[in-house]
Structure formats: structure tokens, C-alpha cells
Ligand binder design. Structure first.
Ligand code: ADP
Ligand code: ASP
Ligand code: MG
Length: 814
């Protein structure tokens, strides 16, 4: 004998039910009991309908209609026309009874738990009847049995307690004589000893199946659902979660108790004592192995088996000087809660006994506060105990595993992982069995915490980086291409999994939590919503992923103004935009401090020398105790390109235009030509060397005519270059007369910085700089005479993109 249970999604519609039939039929001649849930969503609908009716809201009729239509539609699609009318009329007459009950509730304006159970039981009654009739029409050898005649409970409506003695006897007696291979029964519903319909608690169809499996000593209990087993974490929240192949009863119970909804917690009990295995399988992927639940066979195996969480938790704390050393306070506290039917999910008590704190369901919070305050009214009036303190919007996350007890350091790892991700822990509890460690955190942090813990304990150290990219022009587009090309390599060799979740340009923005397809991000973005930088941030912040990185590929001052908001919310910032680091010194300092405080790296390697590792090298020199004495550098790829190509055969205008077209200049080329860009770069290098400097402190003798400097748009700027061609030719001739090349040099020495065009003679380190190359000479205490030299391509979209990429990888290895 086998017991198979099919959940709500598995029987949600005709198509799914026919899949259920295939699974059932594949059991051949083995005797089976098929326990079914209500059609997916119907239980919720019934409860809503009942509540509306009892509120005397006529809207309940619309819901009732929907319930009727769902069932009628399913019957019409499943059952051949010739046998349809019998089923339709039986279901219709049941629905009429339901309607009468609801009408009653509407008229009285009240619903008792007893009536609620009666109403809600229609979900499983109808689904089981329809499914058995469908099986019969498919020529399966099937019988139908009303579960209410088998499962007997007390009359605690909503979550009735089973009388196992009566129930087991009923099941044995019934199935001893059943002639059918397959028997279909309703899950969830039962009846009290005096014959009223009862229910076993939400999700209780699993329990029905387990009760029957236990009573009949079944060879196996199969739970067929919409996921391929019990996962290492809720697969809806942790995309990387995996089905656990084999797990112990105790681990499964603990996981389900702490929120793994795939199994209703009481389900284990009836099968555990008999040693009946449970298999969790996916109705929509029957070939997947699923999860096998048996007694513990993992003596030396994995420590952490799964991570669960329960949302909607509230904490109740009772504290006060009067609690110390006085026996019986805790007992009274728990008694009050238990008498009110409030179950305590988690308990902690400080060793001083000064306070005791329990986690309960949010829905019980108000009631709990009232009854506890009432119970301790006398002590509160004497000031011995404070009125109970309530904290809401919390959640519990729990690490579960039988073998956790024999391993040290797991809780340390758990808490440091949460800490690194700025998840604040309110309360910690460890079960006496040491099979679980739980922490109470803010509800808003659940997704981040689960993913971070999952990464730490299950993903072979693969780190997930979540990118939000603003600006997809020259640099941004190249950057996205590079990620696409390297994704596989990074995962395999650097154990980094990069996912671009959001992108935006100035017109539109798009998000995809599963990662935007980098093959066609252009069309995804084009179809996105209207760009809005505040909303961009809000979305990232509310997604609340760990390792979130905001990538700024723009040159926009407004975007750079938003960095503090990102960093403050633990979102790292990687930018090629120089504005933030070269603005007011205090602003620069604030960003650096924030990055440290909130554990969110702020990296801007591409601010100087595009992809060249200039800032990173400087940081390493300083971190290892070196001191910068002098910096000499050619830092403008754009000016280099311009002066390497400009001669008496070309015009200055044409060369600048070419530089702009090839992506060697800022969108506004005047920023490069005026020397501002170089000033910003030397400023950043000086600051990174530990000097406090502002842009006004830098000397700049610009070679541009006043008129060009005064222009306010690109067209006027280019026109002025044409007009002043003669002055540019003069600059060229003066240098070539001395056999010198023109280089725009930045210098920092004795705390002073300057930039300007210089004549560079043959033999100088700067003379042979090609194309858009950059060069930096660091003279330090360790490199006093022969400087450390970094040289290479210092401009261009491709190398800038690769510099941003390198920053992302730095964060990955952080
Ligand atoms: P059914 O209707 O088949 O009883 P449920 O909705 O009750 O199905 O349970 C299955 C759901 O449980 C999954 O779709 C998943 O969202 C949720 N779930 C939560 N935690 C886990 C977990 N650790 N493993 C698998 N599923 C989980
Ligand atoms: N239909 C019931 C519910 O939704 C029982 C179940 O599906 O397990 O809670
Ligand atoms: Mg369920």
C-alpha cells in the first residue's frame, strides 16, 4: 500500500489533474490511496468569501461565482460529455448547500469557527469527488471515500487534534475490505466525534496523507507538489537553492516548523514511529529524484542541511527588576500565552533573568500584549515589571542540520555572514538539540540574509554579485559585453556569479531579478519603464540583495551626488565618473568613510588611466607603508591622442573631432582640452596618496584661447577651434623647432600640484608615448630615484570598461 498526496497546484486545473492521473496510473496494480487538496487557491477563496459574507458584504457572491466557475470549467475540460451531467449536477447541488451556508452567515453577520470549517471543507470535498469521477472515466479502478468518516478529531475547529485510536481503527477497517486499486480521499478535512466537519490546519492535506499512511503501515508516503523536493532554502526566494536528496525526519520537521511550507509540520509524526519513508516529488517534473525523508543516515555528512525562515514574527519581551530570582514568572508568562492558544516559536532568556523574550506570530501580537499585561497587572503597578514590549515586522531565519551539534564555529559563520551584509540580528536562539540555530531579523532583510547564508553554506563559495548599471553608452555597452563574454569563466575560475539586475540610460530603465539577458539588453532596456534615478535607487534598495553594486558609467554630477545614498544603504559603488572624487575634499572624505562604515566598497580605478591599475597600485603602496614623494604623469589619453596626431598637415579641430568620435574624450571634449580632466586626475592621485587638496589648489596654464574656454556647448567649442587654428599651429611649430613633443603633464610634489602643456625632449620617459597612452611615475620612499612606472592605454571605451570590470572583481574578492 502506498499513499500519494497531491497539493493545490498539482490539482489546480484540468491540465494538471490529467498529469496527476498519469502519475497515479504509473503505479500499476499496487494499492494506493490518493489524497488531494482543494483546487489551488480555492481554500483562500472560500475563506475570503466566508469573511465577506459574515461582514454582510454582498461582494461574497462574486467570489462564490468564481468558485463555482473554477469547478464547472474543470469538470467540462476533464470529463467526457456523456458522463458530465451526473458530475455537474452533483457539484452544483453541493455548491447550493455552500451558498445556503454563506447566506446564513450573511444574514446573521457572523461566522463561527464551526461554520467556517464547514464552508472551507467544500474545497477538498469537491476536488476529491471530481478527481475520482475523472479517474473512473479514464477507466482506472477507483473508489471514493469521504475522509470525514475515517479521520476523527476533537472539535477545535480550524486546527483540530486527531484521535489516532479511532482514526487508525477506521482506516484499517475501511481499507481491509476495499476492492479498488485506487481510493481517492479528500485531504485537510475530518470530523469531530459528534459528526461536525473539522479541518486539520492550513496546509493540512499533507497531514491527512501521513495519518492514513501511518494507520495503514504504508510502504511509502509520496507528497506530490510543485517543486522537486525539499530545498536547501525556499526556491522562490533563493534562486540557487537545490533539492536536498536525503534528509532525516527531524531535519525535515525542523525545516518545516521554521517555514519550509512544502511540508506541513505535523506530517512527520504519524510516519516517524512506523519508519515509513516520505518522498517529496514534483508533479510537473516526475523524473526528478525529489527528496527522501527517513531516519537519520547522515552520521558524518553535511552539517547544515537547509535554511528556513518564518515571516511575520513579533517579539514580546517581559522585563523588569522584579523578575530577578523570583521563580514562576516565566511559568506564568508561558501559561498565559498557551491558555490563549498562542504558540511560541522561539524563546530566549538573558542569564541575568532580567528579561525574557519570545517570538510569536504577528497575527497573535495584539492579543498577546493585552493578556500578558493583564496577567501581570499587579507587578506592573508596583513597578516590578515593565509593561510588555512588542516589536513587529520581524522574521526568523534558521539553519537546520542533525550534524550541526558536533561542529564548532557554525554560529560564528552565520553571524559574521549576516554582519558582513549589514543584517542586524535582534535575537539569537539555539535549540537544545543543537539541530537548529535561529536568529530574529527585520522582515525586510529576509531575502538578503537567506541568499547570503545560502551562498556561505551551500554554494561552494560561489559569490553572487548583483549589478545595477547606470549609463550604457560607449563604456557601459562595452562593459555589458565584457560581462557576457566572461560570465562562465568568472564562475568557473573565480567563483563569482555576476548578474545584471538593473540597467538604465537617460531615457528608460529595466529590471529583472533573474538577471537581464546580456544578449539582448538593448531591447529589454528599450521596452523598459521611464528612467527615474530616484526610483532606480528605491528599486535596488527594496530588492535588498547582498553584494549589490551600483555601476555609474555616466559623467553626470547628479548621479555622482547619489553615491552617499547608495553607500549608506550598503550598496557598493563602482564608477568611472570622476566628479565625486574630485569635488570638495570633505565630500570625497565622506564617501570614503561611508564605504568603510557600511562595508560597501567605493571603487573608482577608472578615474585615472582608464583600465590601468594606477589607483590600486597606489593603494597597495600606501597600505604596505610606503609614502608618495612625487608624481609625474601624462594622464590624458585624449590630449595625448590629440597632440600625437596634430601637426602642420592636419587641423586642430579635425583631430579633436576624431578623438571625440573614437571615444577618447569625455562627452564634452572641453573638459579634456581645458585640462580640467587632468586636474581632476592628479587631484585624485594626490588625495589617494594621503594629501588634503582641492581643485582650486592646482595650477593650470591652459593652452586653449580664452574664447574656446568660454564656450558653453560643443558646437561653439568646435567652431572656436576652427577660428583659432593659427594659434594651435604656433604651439606645434614652437615644439617641433626644438625637436620636442607636446605632452600635457601633471605633476605633484611637496604638496603642490600643477598641470600644463610641456615640451618633451627625446630620451624623456614621456617622449615615446603612443596614441592615447598614459604614463605615471611614482617617486616614493621606496622608489626614490627610479620611480615605479605604470604605462599603457589610458583612454577608450574598451579599456575603461575593463577597468570597471576589474573593480567589480575586486569587490567579488573583498
Ligand atoms: P502544495 O500545494 O503542493 O501543498 P505548498 O505551496 O504547500 O504546495 O508547498 C510548496 C511550496 O513550498 C513551494 O512552491 C515553495 O514555494 C515553498 N517552500 C518554502 N520553503 C521551501 C523549501 N525549503 N523547499 C521547497 N519548497 C519550499
Ligand atoms: N487546501 C488546504 C489549504 O490550502 C489544505 C492543503 O492544501 O494542504 O490550506
Ligand atoms: Mg502544502
Amino acid at each position: 500500500m502506498k499513499v500519494l498526496k497531491f497539493g493545490g497546484t498539482s490539482v489546480a486545473n484540468a491540465k494538471n489533474i490529467s498529469q496527476v492521473k498519469n502519475i497515479v496510473a504509473s503505479n500499476g496494480d499496487t494499492k494506493i490511496v490518493v489524497v488531494v487538496s482543494a483546487l489551488g487557491g480555492i481554500t483562500d477563496l472560500l475563506l475570503t468569501t466566508a469573511n465577506l459574507a459574515s461582514d454582510q458584504n454582498k461582494e461574497y457572491r462574486t467570489y462564490l461565482k468564481e468558485i463555482e466557475e473554477r469547478h464547472m470549467q474543470t469538470i467540462k475540460e476533464l470529463i467526457p460529455v456523456q458522463s458530465q451531467s451526473k458530475v455537474l449536477s452533483k457539484v452544483k447541488s453541493e455548491l447550493n448547500i455552500l451558498e445556503t451556508l454563506l447566506e446564513g452567515a450573511f444574514l446573521i453577520g457572523e461566522i463561527t469557527p464551526k461554520l467556517s470549517d464547514k464552508i472551507v471543507s467544500f474545497g477538498e470535498l469537491l476536488s476529491s469527488y471530481i478527481i475520482s469521477e475523472y479517474f473512473a472515466s479514464e477507466k482506472l479502478d477507483v473508489g471514493y471515500q469521504d475522509s470525514r468518516e475515517l479521520i476523527k478529531t476533537n472539535d477545535n475547529h480550524g486546527k483540530a487534534a486527531v484521535n489516532f485510536e479511532m482514526t487508525n481503527a477506521n482506516c484499517l477497517a475501511y481499507f481491509k475490505d476495499t476492492p479498488h486499486t485506487i481510493t481517492v480521499c479528500a485531504g485537510f478535512i475530518a470530523s469531530s466525534v459528534n459528526g461536525n466537519s473539522t479541518t486539520l490546519g492550513r496546509g493540512g492535506s499533507d497531514f491527512t496523507a501521513a495519518i492514513m499512511a501511518g494507520a495503514l503501515n504504508a510502504e511509502v508516503l509520496e507528497i506530490w507538489t510543485d517543486v522537486s523536493g525539499m530545498y536547501t532554502a525556499n526556491p522562490k526566494i533563493v534562486k540557487q537553492a537545490m533539492a536536498i536528496p536525503h534528509i532525516s525526519y527531524e531535519e525535515a520537521m525542523e525545516l518545516s516548523h521554521f517555514g519550509a511550507k512544502v511540508l506541513y509540520p505535523p506530517t512527520i509524526q504519524p510516519v516517524l514511529s512506523k519508519g515509513i519513508s516520505i518522498v517529496i516529488k514534483n508533479t510537473f517534473e516526475p523524473e526528478a529524484a525529489g527528496t527522501l525523508i527517513t531516519k537519520n543516515q547522515n552520521e558524518k555528512g553535511k552539517t547544515v542541511r537547509g535554511i528556513s525562515h518564518v515571516e511575520s514574527i513579533a517579539l514580546l519581551s517581559l522585563e523588569g527588576p522584579g523578575m530577578v530570582g523570583i521563580p514562576g514568572i516565566s511559568k506564568r508568562f508561558f501559561e498565559v500565552l498557551s491558555n490563549a492558544g498562542i504558540s511560541v516559536v522561539l524563546i530566549t532568556q538573558a542569564s541575568s533573568e532580567h528579561s525574557i523574550c519570545v517570538g510569536i506570530a504577528s497575527s497573535d501580537a495584539k492579543k498577546a500584549v493585552a493578556i500578558v499585561n493583564e496577567a501581570f497587572e499587579y507587578e506592573i503597578s508596583l513597578g516590578k515589571i515593565k509593561p510588555v514590549i512588542l516589536e513587529e515586522d520581524l522574521a526568523i531565519i534558521a539553519l537546520v542540520g542533525d550534524n550541526m551539534k558536533s561542529h564548532q564555529g557554525l554560529s560564528g559563520k552565520m553571524f559574521s555572514t549576516l554582519g558582513k551584509n549589514n543584517v542586524n540580528i535582534r535575537v539569537i536562539a539555539q535549540g537544545a538539540s543543537e539541530r537548529n540555530i535561529s536568529a530574529v531579523i527585520s522582515k525586510g532583510d529576509v531575502k538578503k540574509a537567506l541568499n547570503a547564508l545560502h551562498e556561505e553554506f551551500f554554494e561552494e563559495n560561489i559569490k553572487q554579485l548583483n549589478l545595477f548599471v547606470m549609463g550604457v553608452g560607449n563604456v557601459g555597452a562595452k562593459f555589458l559585453n565584457q560581462i557576457q563574454q566572461q560570465k562562465k569563466y568568472l564562475k568557473e575560475y573565480l567563483k563569482l556569479n555576476i548578474r545584471v539586475i538593473g540597467i538604465s540610460n537617460s531615457r528608460t530603465m529595466a529590471f529583472d531579478e533573474n538577471g537581464i539577458s546580456l544578449k539582448n539588453w538593448e531591447s529589454v532596456l528599450a521596452e523598459g519603464e521611464k528612467a527615474d534615478s530616484n526610483k532606480f535607487f528605491e528599486t535596488i534598495n527594496s530588492l535588498n540583495y547582498r553584494n549589490s553594486i551600483f555601476v555609474d558609467n555616466t559623467a553626470s554630477p547628479a548621479v555622482s551626488d547619489s553615491y552617499t545614498t547608495y553607500l549608506r544603504n550598503s550598496i557598493s559603488v563602482v564608477t568611472c565618473n570622476k566628479i565625486a572624487c574630485s569635488s570638495d575634499y570633505n565630500k570625497y572624505l565622506e564617501l570614503k568613510q561611508m564605504a568603510r562604515k557600511y562595508n560597501s566598497p567605493f571603487l573608482f580605478e577608472t578615474n585615472v588611466g582608464a583600465g590601468l591599475p594606477i589607483i590600486d597600485t597606489l593603494k597597495n603602496l600606501i597600505a604596505s607603508g610606503d609614502k608618495v614623494k612625487k608624481i609625474q604623469a601624462v594622464l590624458s589619453g585624449s590630449l595625448n591622442f590629440v597632440f600625437n596626431n596634430f601637426n602642420d598637415q592636419t587641423t586642430f579641430h579635425d583631430v579633436v573631432l576624431q578623438a571625440q568620435k573614437e571615444g577618447y574624450t569625455e562627452p564634452d571634449p572641453k573638459i579634456d582640452l581645458s585640462g580640467i580632466d587632468v586636474m581632476r586626475k592628479i587631484l585624485i592621485l594626490a588625495r589617494e596618496s594621503g594629501y588634503q587638496l582641492d581643485i582650486e589648489d592646482i595650477e593650470n596654464q591652459s593652452f586653449l584661447p580664452e574664447e574656446s574656454l568660454a564656450t558653453t556647448n560643443n558646437d561653439d567649442f568646435f567652431a572656436s577651434l576652427v577660428k583659432h587654428e593659427a594659434s594651435f599651429q604656433k604651439i606645434f611649430k614652437e615644439a617641433s623647432k626644438k625637436d620636442c613633443k607636446l605632452k600635457y603633464v601633471a605633476q605633484f610634489e611637496n604638496g603642490k600640484a600643477s598641470v600644463g602643456l610641456q615640451h618633451i625632449p627625446k630620451g624623456h620617459d614621456f617622449y615615446n608615448l603612443e596614441g592615447s597612452d598614459n604614463i605615471v611615475l611614482f617617486f616614493t620612499e621606496r622608489y626614490p630615484n627610479q620611480p615605479m612606472i605604470i604605462k599603457g592605454a589610458g583612454a577608450g571605451a574598451e579599456v575603461t570598461a575593463s577597468g570597471i570590470f576589474a573593480d567589480i572583481i575586486r569587490i567579488g574578492n573583498f
